[in-house]
Design a protein around this ligand. Structure first.
Ligand code: FAS
Ligand code: PHB
Length: 408
């Protein structure tokens, strides 16, 4: 399947220049296109490379609604798995948290790769320009009213004039790096471990996700479909995926699961194996003149709470609404409120992701007291409807603060 226009005429001006063709950039591009607002996406990698990154798997209902609004939810509704609960495994037993009974909400299992592919297809169908394999991307004059993006492509230098720049280029992107240190405030916590993830064409060990807390470390049993599983084990932050054979991974995963799940585990050859570092990170503010940061370009959460992709989506919803108000009604109030509105939801997701990570992982510097506190927190969580409801509210996604009502 072709997933990009082969030789887009490289435009020299647009309304919104979007840096990055990950889920944030592609979703923003799609929402602006649907609203008739011209935009260009500039991506440093090839479409195949972008699709080759295996990342998130859990979508909140806010994300499903956003993809529906963007007109790209057909495959998601056909193939996505709606989950009404998750299981926590510790002390040799599994206990279920009934997300739907506690909140009336559920989550949908649908891989980020599929979300990205659906958005790429929609962009190609709409004939919108995406410049892949752009090199030496640089941002200019975003503190003025006529910013520009410069890049090399096909051996030539190009300049794209625009009204606004959306920095959707992830944690290692150029957008946040283009802002002077004096203009941003960084909040960060780096965890002393990472997640070794394996994708395998094997049936999932259970119908729902299993988050396991074990003396050997955290483990997660997830999936992409009922025939494709996604598993993770916590590893020291200095590990490399090359040190882990498939057999070693399966043995370690099995050792961290309750006996019933360990018995049911179906192993097979890994089709992807990689280690993701864990960090909490927020850049404040998220707007710098005509430059808006969205998604991982502005914040990172440890994946324990399944918030990363969902936060990127809520940023994009705020930014799309702000740009639509500006172009359709000449009203810049939503744009002016962008950073403050995003950061309210970002910090709540940062708190939840930090809390889930602290609860379920084994910290190398923790003492016996710390282990007992984790145990007590888990006992309380599963023994209290109020505590379980709090987890369920956050896991299924806190309410999205939409557009402020227009004053009568
Ligand atoms: P992305 O990083 O996805 O996309 C940014 C895009 O910008 C990339 O395509 C990149 O090539 C491009 N880019 C970078 N620099 C550029 C430049 N200078 N010029 C042009 N383009 C540039 N979240 C979960 O919920 N669950 C998970 O299990 C999970 N696992 C993860 C594992 C890893 C290794 C990583 C890095 C993240 C993981 N995440 C997970 C979080 C992840 O899903 C992100 O939240 C999500 O990809 C955010 O999307 P974007 O903001 O679009 O950033
Ligand atoms: C995934 O399926 O990749 C996944 C699911 C839940 C998480 C993190 C990752 O918390």
């Amino acid at each position: 399947m072709a997933i990009a226009n082969p030789d887009p005429a490289l435009p020299t001006s647009t309304r919104v220049a979007i840096i990055g063709a990950g889920p944030a950039g592609l979703l923003l591009g799609q929402l602006l296109t649907v609203a008739g607002i011209d935009n260009v996406i500039i991506e440093q990698r090839s479409p195949e490379y972008v699709l080759g990154r295996i990342r998130a798997g859990i979508l909140e209902s806010v994300t499903v609604d956003a993809l529906t609004r963007a007109g790209v939810s057909a495959r998601l509704r056909e193939r996505g798995l709606v989950h009404h609960g998750i299981e926590l495994s510790y002390g040799g037993a599994r206990r279920r948290i009934d997300l739907h009974a506690l909140t009336g909400r559920s989550v949908t299992v649908y891989g980020q790769t599929d979300v990205t592919r659906d958005l790429m297809q929609a962009r190609m169908d709409a004939g919108m320009p995406t410049v892949y394999e752009a090199q030496d991307v640089s941002l200019h004059d975003f503190d003025g009213d006529r910013p520009a993006v410069r890049y090399r492509h096909g051996g030539a230098d190009h300049t794209l004039l625009c009204d606004y720049i959306a920095g959707c280029d992830g944690f290692h992107g150029v957008s946040r790096a283009s802002v002077p240190d004096s203009a941003k405030r960084i909040f960060e916590r780096v965890y002393p471990f990472g997640w070794l993830g394996v994708l395998a064409d094997t049936p999932p060990v259970s119908d729902e996700l299993i988050y396991a807390s074990h003396a050997r470390g955290f483990a997660l049993c997830s999936m992409r479909s009922m025939t494709r599983s996604r598993y993770y084990v916590q590893v020291p932050s200095d590990e490399s995926a090359g040190e882990w054979s498939d057999a070693r991974f399966w043995d370690e995963l099995r050792s961290r699961l309750d006996p019933e799940a360990a018995e049911r585990l179906v192993t097979g050859p890994s089709i992807e194996k990689s280690i993701a570092p864990l960090r909490s990170f927020v850049c404040e503010p998220m707007r710098f003149g005509r430059l808006f940061l969205a998604g991982d370009a502005a914040h990172i959460v440890p994946p324990t709470g399944a918030k990363g992709l969902n936060l990127a989506v809520s940023d994009v919803l705020h930014l799309a609404d702000g740009l639509i108000c500006r172009y359709h009604e000449g009203d810049t109030r939503e744009l002016d409120a962008y950073s403050e509105k995003c950061l309210r939801r970002v910090w709540r997701a940062e708190r939840f992701s930090w809390w889930m990570t602290s609860l379920l992982h084994r910290f190398p510097d923790a003492d016996d007291f710390g282990h007992r506190i984790q145990q007590a927190e888990l006992d309380y969580l599963l023994g209290s409807e109020a505590a379980s409801r709090s987890l369920a509210e956050n896991y299924t996604g806190l309410p999205y603060e939409g557009r402020a009502p227009v004053a009568a």
